[in-house]
Design a protein around this ligand. Structure first.
Ligand code: TRP
Length: 452
């Protein structure tokens, strides 16, 4: 390996499954279960799903491989990794660290909501309501409450901090091994139940029957942003995580498995949500509240509803936690390695900064709702800015960097593990990274700017 920056004594992950597990832990999160349904609902359903899957396969997968290669070749934090491979490109790392910080600003808020819902499920509070309007009212009362959502947001940030501070890779790995299959099982059970709800077929048609007349240039940008968000691509999370991978980790299998898992969870979440949305009469374009007002109705009609709902929100909390950990790690690794803070101090600085931002974002959907940036409250502005602007820019620069700037042998070495693995589609990857991905990303950007 030519670029062996910072590799001395660096932690690596344990067993064979670990790379897939930690990367899938980062990918599978609120992006799949909260953001995907609300974005798909907002953008017409079926046609969005088709474009989304195309973005995942043609842009997300090659970019994940690109990030893995950069991370494992450089073996350090996002900023340091790009700098080690080419000093001019550290900017790409900075975009990532900043984006991770800003994403945590709203992600902690939504994570807090899921934690609150978990507690409500366990205490049986949901059992009191019956109609969609009541669930909506309850949700709105909750997120506009002066301190409850703040409390859960801060608790969630502290939980993330605790895991980062312990550096318990083993703990995360082991729990992911049990919890990921469990999440699948619960989602499948819920989707069956949801499909059986009266009028649920309408929801399936909404999700799976594409109506391309609803597609606008912004649909494509939003699908792309959602693909990157869901796969944890474009800000160096996968660079940072791959820096802990072992030399014999098979990067393309890892990327393929993570992509498939992540997409399955998103589609399953759609199959749970949309039939219920139509059955109960909620607007599919309800925005960020969609999942929180729909899911309680799904649980309500189930036998043992309290159990299902408690288990589901517990799993969602865990899925969110493995994602916040990965975002936190990007900022912490950067502060630790570039600013030479101790890991402890770096982790505390990250927690304090992101919690402050999340507090403001939480208040921006509640008490401070009048406070707008370009017509959006802070919460929505952070969501929009990161997913639709910073991640696609990060993705664009990443494919230009890996396709054109990075020494070809480095990429080949990473993907074939120094020639020990065959890689027949290497040429396809290069063509995608060099020409296809940058061209699409640029076109989508220019189109959205109204250039043509
Ligand atoms: N992918 C995670 C989710 O779907 C969120 C996330 C973690 C993320 N790390 C990221 C998004 C890096 C973008 C970039 O919930």
């Amino acid at each position: 390996m030519t670029h062996d920056h910072h590799s001395h004594g660096r932690v690596t992950l344990g067993g064979k499954l670990s790379a897939v597990l930690v990367a899938a832990g980062s990918s599978v999160g609120l992006g799949n279960i909260w953001r995907f349904p609300y974005i798909a609902g907002d953008n017409g359903g079926g046609a969005f799903l088709v474009i989304y899957i195309a973005c995942v396969l043609l842009l997300g997968l090659p970019l994940m491989l690109a990030e893995f290669s950069v991370g494992r070749a450089a073996r350090c934090n996002a900023v340091g990794a790009y700098r080690a491979l080419n000093p001019k490109w550290s900017l790409l790392g900075y975009n990532g660290v900043l984006a991770a910080f800003l994403i945590l600003g709203f992600y902690f808020v939504v994570s807090g909501w899921t934690a609150e819902y978990m507690v409500h499920s366990i205490t049986g509070e949901f059992a009191h309501y019956t109609s969609a309007a009541e669930y909506q009212g309850a949700f709105e009362r909750f997120i506009t409450h002066p301190w409850r959502p703040l409390l859960y947001t801060v608790l969630f940030a502290l939980a993330t901090h605790a895991i980062i501070a312990l550096g318990v890779q083993k703990g995360i790995e082991r729990s992911a091994k049990l919890l990921m299959p469990l999440l699948f099982f619960v989602l499948i059970a819920l989707s069956i139940h949801s499909l059986l709800m009266p009028g649920g077929g309408e929801g399936l048609r909404f999700l799976f029957r594409p109506d391309f007349s609803k597609v606008t240039p912004s649909t494509i940008l939003v699908a792309l942003g959602q693909a990157f968000f869901s796969l944890s691509i474009g800000l160096g999370t996968m660079v940072t995580y791959a820096s802990y991978f072992k030399p014999d980790t098979n990067l393309r299998h890892t990327a393929l498995n993570v992509t498939i898992l992540d997409t399955l969870v998103a589609v399953l979440a759609g199959v749970v949500i949309f039939p219920a949305v139509f059955s109960v009469g909620i607007e599919p374009s309800s925005g960020p509240s969609l999942v929180f007002i729909t899911l309680p109705s799904v649980f309500n009609g189930m036998p043992l509803s309290m159990v299902w709902s408690s288990v589901f929100f517990l799993l969602l909390v865990v899925a969110a936690l493995t994602s916040t950990i990965s975002l936190h790690e990007v900022v912490t690794a950067y502060l630790h390695e570039e600013w030479h803070l101790s890991r402890r101090a770096a982790a505390w600085a990250t927690t304090a900064g992101t919690t402050a931002l999340a507090t403001l974002a939480s208040l921006s959907v509640g008490v401070l709702n009048g406070w707008k940036i370009f017509g959006l409250n802070l919460f929505d502005a952070l969501d929009y800015l990161t997913a639709n602007i910073m991640l696609p820019i990060g993705g664009l620069l990443t494919c230009i960097f890996v396709g054109w700037v990075l020494d070809r042998q480095t990429l080949r070495d990473q993907i074939t593990n120094h020639g020990t693995l065959p890689f027949r589609i290497y040429r396809v990857l290069i063509v995608l990274l060099r020409y296809f991905c940058p061209a699409i990303l640029l076109l989508v950007f220019l189109d959205n700017l109204g250039i043509f």
